[in-house]
Design a protein around this ligand. Structure first.
Ligand SMILES: Nc1ncnc2c1ncn2[C@@H]1O[C@H](COP(=O)(O)OP(=O)(O)OP(=O)(O)O)[C@@H](O)[C@H]1O
Ligand SMILES: [Mg+2]
Length: 553
């Protein structure tokens, strides 16, 4: 049994995890006493203690007299067929290994297990199956079913992100066959305190308190902190070696996600995707995609409705990756935006001026303010920094207006309604109607205006109701006099004003990136416009757009 002793020693030093160890004990008892098999999946963020717990399970299973196969999938061998299964080594057995089975061969593996199980209970433990190759995943699939008929305990561990191909499907198959799942959360405060004291041999110095809290109950980050030299003072920043080590660990995140997270970390403890999209000049959808990745990887978590970094330590490391000058620029963007917005919010100087929908007026005002001054900023990026709770939906509205995107504006109307802000819903509804009219969707426009008028009426907002009713009458008149102004569905006339501008630039040979920059649109929006243009013109390529444009004269 020599091979498992070092593992047992390490696992014996575990702090906490009592519930988990008890649950594993129950499964081991069940299998060792011939009352059936079990399959257990242990999940948790990097460093939370999956391997340590797995090794504890090895010691427990050995103690209960089970034969043991222990292996691990590795990133380097994620595409080597059968690598994870082949890594399995018999523990405490001088013969070692899994003799004679083909790489990744389910048949050979099952044959060996069949022979072993005929003699007594067996445990198969595999670490890090998020990296398992396809052939090994097939073996795991077989194991998850085999536990029903053999005295077999299977314990596997997995990070929640990134999941290789085939794993999401396998996980639902595990669920379908009744595999147990165990999710490892952070260590409790008292357990953290115990770990710290054990490591330092004394209570921590005050300057360490904040950093320890920043590790958020993750034993690996705690070890990182406690192993190295302590920072001189809390404001002195993290020691370089520690910062570099943690940054390296974050390399599993895609670069695009890290880039967004660095900016988020530099700006504030709270992460606001809408604000980030505005400040970085990236589309909200793109930011949201990266944020979702970070949530899957549990770098970000929800605190109520708010997104925050799960570990302040990680936030600090990410923020450190942003150079001080860029950090200052980011902060300045937020301040500039805030100042502009305060001016926009000021009441109109001329009380006799005709009432306009304030969101359209504000958008014009923002455009005026930024013209020639903050070249890289867009109207939306300024509005994106609106520091009020209505922020996300307001920005959705402005973004929709700026991009000429009916769906975004409609989404803003619904969102205002859902969050019970009828005045904003009515305002946004007016904007939606304007856009629908411009797109020739008169019937929908009238429905949107009707809804806006009803909301204003309910609020007792006289002037606004009158404004909307007038607009409705105008729409009715237009319909009567000029018939429906429906835009044709194909040909140049079918293009919206924005699409036409984009089409001209495509014809001039500009790339999507160049168009995006010139028109202050996101690349994705330009891409959507280009697909719409090709569809409406019945063309397949940008070159064809250029030819068609030239022929049109
Ligand atoms: N409960 C615990 N008490 C004390 N130390 C622990 C505990 N859990 C883990 N550790 C220590 O924390 C470090 C990280 O743990 P471990 O390697 O098990 O994490 P992991 O979840 O397997 O991470 P990864 O996803 O990177 O594989 C190790 O040094 C381990 O010994
Ligand atoms: Mg591990």
């Amino acid at each position: 049994m020599t091979a498992i002793e070092p593992l047992e020693q390490a696992a014996d030093r575990l702090v906490g995890r009592r519930t988990e160890i008890e649950a594993i004990g129950v499964l081991i008892d069940r299998v060792a006493s011939g009352r059936g098999g079990a399959f257990l999946l242990i999940e948790g963020e990097p460093g939370i203690g999956k391997t340590a717990l797995l090794h504890r399970a090895v010691g427990m299973a050995a103690g209960a007299g089970m034969r043991i196969l222990l292996g691990a999938a590795t990133e380097a061998e994620r595409s080597t067929p059968g690598a994870a299964v082949n890594s399995c080594v018999a523990q405490g057995d001088p013969g070692g290994g899994v003799p004679g089975h083909q790489p990744g061969s389910t048949a050979a593996f099952s044959d060996l297990l069949g022979r072993w199980c005929a003699d007594g209970p067996v445990a198969v433990l595999m670490d890090d199956i998020h990296w398992a190759d396809a052939a090994s995943l097939s073996v795991l699939r077989w194991l998850s079913v085999a536990v029903d008929t053999m005295p077999l305990l299977v314990v596997v561990t997995m990070r929640p992100y990134p999941l290789g191909p085939g794993l999401p499907r396998l996980l639902s198959e595990f669920d379908a066959v009744g595999a147990r799942r165990m999710s490892l959360g952070p260590l409790a405060d008292a357990e953290v305190a115990r770990l710290v004291e054990r490591s330092l041999g004394a209570p921590p110095e005050p300057q360490l308190h904040e950093l320890i809290a920043g590790a958020a109950g993750n034993p690996l980050y705690l070890n990182d902190l406690l192993d190295g030299p302590a920072p001189a003072a809390p404001e002195a920043g993290l020691p370089d070696a520690l910062s570099a080590r943690i940054a390296r660990r974050l390399e599993f995140l895609p670069e695009s996600a890290r880039h967004i997270l660095e900016a988020a970390a530099a700006l504030a403890p709270r992460v606001d995707p809408v604000k980030l999209a505005g400040i970085l000049g990236v589309s909200l959808i793109d930011v949201w995609h990266e944020i979702r990745t970070a949530v899957e990887a549990r770098v970000l978590v929800y605190d109520g409705d708010e997104l925050v970094f799960r570990h302040d330590l990680i936030r600090r490391v990410l923020a450190d990756q942003v150079s001080p000058s860029i950090r200052a620029t980011l902060r300045r963007h937020v301040e500039v935006a805030g100042r502009h917005l305060m001016r926009i919010a000021e009441p109109a100087a001329d009380p006799g001026a005709p009432t306009r929908n304030p969101s359209t007026a504000a958008l014009d005002r923002v455009a005026e303010l930024i013209e020639g001054t903050v070249a890289a900023a867009t109207a939306e990026s300024l509005v994106a920094s609106l520091p009020t709770p209505s922020d996300p939906t307001t920005v959705l509205l402005f973004r929709g207006l700026a991009d000429g995107d009916v769906d975004l504006v409609a989404a803003a109307v619904s969102e205002f309604e859902r969050s019970e802000r009828p005045r904003f819903a009515a305002l946004a509804g007016e904007n939606l109607a304007e856009m629908l009219v411009r797109n020739g969707r008169t019937a929908e426009a009238r429905a949107a205006l009707d809804a806006a008028a009803t909301r204003y009426e309910t609020l007792g907002a006289g002037p606004e109701t009158a404004r909307v009713r007038a607009r409705l009458r105008e729409l009715g008149v237009r319909r009567g006099v000029r018939g429906t102004r429906r835009r044709p569905e194909t040909g140049w006339e079918a293009l919206t004003a924005t699409e036409r501008k984009v089409a001209v630039q495509v014809a001039q040979g500009c790339s999507n990136a160049e168009i995006a920059e010139k028109m202050f649109l996101s690349r994705r929006t330009v891409q959507t416009h280009v697909s719409n243009i090709l569809g409406k013109l019945g063309l397949r390529s940008r070159v064809q757009v250029a030819v068609a444009y030239a022929q049109r004269g």
